[in-house]
Design a protein around this ligand. Structure first.
Ligand SMILES: Cc1ncc(COP(=O)(O)O)c(C=O)c1O
Length: 340
């Protein structure tokens, strides 16, 4: 059996032993099936391929200091997948089914769960797709919920270091009444071109403005945005951003630590007032930002000393990851232990 180099895991796909699948047919979910194939056999006219009837999730399992493997807010991912399913008329998997499949897929791939101490985790990718053949634009009658896992290293190899971001005005990720609030593949397809452009220009990622007026901060490529000023944690409220579970949890943590949390429209100009800014999401938890450049208006916003993360981001990051890795008590009831 091949040895896994825990210290040098990339953040990318690799095969594991098993995935789990559950089929929705004749109006009901079937039994959970275990597969060792990484291939899906499906009809060429499946609605997921033609009309984007698909949604996905991303969550992680963490080996704690005590050796126990924990999931972080799995139920929130289940509920978000239900919202995604409802928005594009797919069958919504029950929360219990979602949770059961997550537990099973982790247990079946227990040898891929990174041990404590490397900052590495087991990434779990649930995928829901419409599989019935259709040529007219209409929802599928049948669905598959599939989950696979990938051991991943820390998102940033160099550690918790700030990045440069580019304001994107030439592309929108999602429309105000579109599908931005749910996790469908189309949103990511819409973001690819601007993300490539930003990377080519040397930026880590993009920050989108609201699609209607281009006046407010929406979110980052695949992460939410927040700014810190005067002990306030400020994050955009908008009808086109994905409700990040990390952001929701950070808001709760920030409040607990004595910061005032504001969730409201954040005007572009306010970028000049923040002491710290960051993106947040499951992959990296918090990615501090040292510079935001708007190439169209030729404006640059700088944060901190240009090298290190700011004190509030650092504190939030440490407290948050300490809960995930079982180093500090989980006062919020966010984690559940997987019985391996
Ligand atoms: C568009 C977008 N925004 C925000 C997030 C962060 O969400 P979460 O904290 O639930 O990972 C993600 C990642 O899933 C995302 O794809």
């Amino acid at each position: 059996m091949q040895q896994i180099d825990w210290a040098n895991l990339p953040f990318g796909y690799s095969d594991s032993d098993y995935n789990v699948r559950c089929y929705y047919r004749n109006g009901a979910w079937g039994k959970i099936e275990v597969s060792s194939s990484s291939v899906i056999n499906m009809h060429m006219a499946a609605t997921c391929l033609h009309y984007g009837q698909e949604g996905f999730e991303g969550l992680k399992a963490y080996t704690g200091k005590d050796g126990k493997v924990r999931l972080f807010r799995c139920e929130e991912n289940a509920k978000r997948m239900q919202n995604t399913a409802d928005r594009v008329l797919m069958a919504a998997p029950p929360v219990d089914l979602f949770r059961e499949m997550v537990h099973q897929v982790v247990k079946l791939n227990a040898r891929f769960v990174p041990p404590y101490g490397y900052g590495a985790t087991l990434y779990i990718r649930p995928l829901l797709i419409g599989t019935s053949p259709e040529v007219g634009v209409r929802p599928s009658e049948e669905y598959v919920l599939l989950m696979f896992v990938v051991p991943v290293g820390p998102y940033f190899k160099a550690g918790f270091k700030p990045v440069d971001m580019m304001i994107c005005r030439d592309f929108d990720r999602a429309a105000p009444l579109g599908t931005g609030t749910v996790k469908v593949g189309g949103n990511y397809a819409a973001s690819l071109q601007s993300l490539e452009l930003a990377k080519k220009l040397g930026f880590s990622s993009t920050i989108y403005l609201d699609a209607k007026e281009k006046k407010y901060i929406d979110e980052c490529g695949p992460a939410n945005f927040f700014g810190i000023k005067d002990n306030h944690y400020i994050t955009p409220k908008s009808s086109s951003i994905l409700p990040s579970i990390t952001n929701k949890s950070l808001q709760q943590l920030a409040e607990h630590l004595g910061y005032v949390v504001e969730r409201r429209p954040v005007p572009f100009e306010e970028l000049s007032e923040f002491e710290e800014t960051a993106e947040c999401g499951t992959a990296a938890v918090i990615t501090p930002i040292k510079k935001i450049v708007d190439p169209v208006t030729n404006t640059t916003f700088n944060y901190g000393d240009g090298v290190n993360a700011g004190p509030v981001c650092t504190r939030l990051y440490k407290e948050y990851t300490a809960i995930q890795f079982g180093e500090k008590p989980d006062l919020f009831g966010w984690t559940e232990v997987i019985d391996l």
